[in-house]
Design a protein around this ligand. Structure first.
Ligand code: PLP
Length: 394
């Protein structure tokens, strides 16, 4: 069944190993977005909020995204960006443990998650401490001082994957609230939020879910908690009756209380159409193919390019759907590789990162990418001056 390359627009000859940062364009998207612009916006105008179902989109899409991460109907909603969804989840979690002061995370977490925690703590002014430990030390660091354990399931830099169920259990045993960031998990690895019993999960849809640049984020709240959450971002579309225009805030009795303001309808329409590429494909199919591709890439690169050092776990069970290598000339090498038609990305200080998305990558692509990389390293093509210039986005 896999890959289903013909469901995507991928430029001829390009090997795209960056679907973990920005998924490629599904062929189903342009016509659907065109129709949403011309017909829905153009003709329906303001009536579109009702007639085209725009207002229901965030919850409808939440249920579809929920299927990817084992979240039952009515527990997930779309909107805003992931940074904001982290803020909402963390604010709610901290208010559930008012006497505890520690937010526990790890040094592998994505900076925006940590920055949002810092900003929220200083805004609350209640002396919260953001405590960061090595990813391998998380379980041991879960003490009864900890209010919230906030982790990204798959490390954006190394691809190292936490044991979601075991860590959630440890957090709950210590009386802490558990938040998982699924940015590099949703659409990449099987996730079962219900089985994990975690309190909150958040994630984005422009990575493995191919929703396009700026696609909205999602937030999941465990069903028994939804009605107890006091939303920190108390926007009108999370109100029980937005069009009653009451002067006071009253949260919706459903997951919709995690909505804030007007949803990005065109982005959500793009995402909704993009999800068609998953027809007939299960996360189990994806996981099996992803492990095979990652294992092959590791073997090929280690064989051809001994100068590079694997920084991802060798054990597939401890790894998400990406592989990273450290190399001192990593930035310039990645620029040279992109010029040679293989797109990966670079993460400071020296990490070359490659995402494997079995929807459109096969074993032939993996071998070809490793060959092009070998050529650049052997010929030191990365020394060319044009590859030394740092772009704003790496
Ligand atoms: C990609 C990513 C983000 C991005 O946040 P935005 O607000 O969507 O820009 C946040 N957290 C993690 C863990 C990520 O991987």
């Amino acid at each position: 069944m896999l890959p289903v390359k013909d469901r995507f627009h991928i430029p001829e000859g390009l090997i795209y190993l960056d679907g973990n940062s920005l998924g490629p364009l599904p062929k189903s998207v342009p016509a659907r977005v065109g129709e949403a612009v011309q017909k829905e916006w153009g003709q329906s105008l303001i009536r579109g909020w009702n007639s085209e179902g725009w207002m229901a989109q965030p919850a409808r899409l939440g249920d579809r995204i929920g299927d990817f991460v084992g979240a039952p109907t009515g527990t997930t909603v779309l909107g805003d960006t992931l940074s904001l969804k982290v803020y909402q989840a963390l604010a709610a979690a901290l208010s559930m443990r008012p006497t505890r002061k520690v937010i526990l995370s790890d040094t592998g977490n994505f900076p925006t998650d940590l920055y949002m925690a810092e900003g929220l703590s200083s805004m609350l002014g209640r002396d919260h401490e953001l405590r960061l430990v090595d990813p391998t030390d998380v379980t041991a660091a879960i003490t009864d001082e900890v209010a919230v354990v906030m982790l990204t399931h798959v490390d954006y830099r190394t691809g190292r994957m936490h044991d979601m169920n075991a860590i959630t259990q440890a957090a709950h045993n210590a009386g802490a609230v558990m938040i998982w960031d699924l940015a590099h998990s949703a659409g990449a690895v099987p996730v079962d939020l219900t089985a994990s019993h975690c309190d909150f999960a958040v994630g984005c849809t422009y990575k493995y879910l191919n929703g396009g640049p700026g696609a909205p984020a999602f937030i999941y709240v465990r069903p028994d908690l939804i009605e107890t959450i006091d939303p920190a971002l108390s926007g009108w579309l999370g109100h029980d009756a937005p069009f009653a225009f009451e002067p006071g805030y009253r949260p919706a009795p459903s997951i919709e209380r995690m909505r804030v303001g007007t949803p990005p309808v065109l982005q959500m329409t793009a995402l909704e159409a993009a999800l068609d590429v998953w027809d007939g494909i299960t996360m189990q199919d994806i996981r099996a193919a992803s492990i095979a591709l990652c294992d092959l890439f590791i073997a090929e690169v280690e064989n051809r390019c001994p100068e590079l050092t694997l920084v991802s776990p060798r054990d597939a069970n401890a790894r998400g759907s990406q592989v990273s290598f450290a190399f001192d000339h990593g930035y310039a090498t990645m620029q040279a590789l992109i010029a040679a038609g293989v797109i990966g990305d670079f993460r400071a200080p020296n990490i070359m990162r490659f995402g494997f998305t079995p929807l459109f990558i096969d074993a032939g692509d993996v071998t070809e990418a490793a060959q092009r990389l070998e050529h650049i390293i052997k010929t030191k093509a990365y020394e060319a001056p044009e590859y030394q210039i740092r772009n704003r986005v790496t």
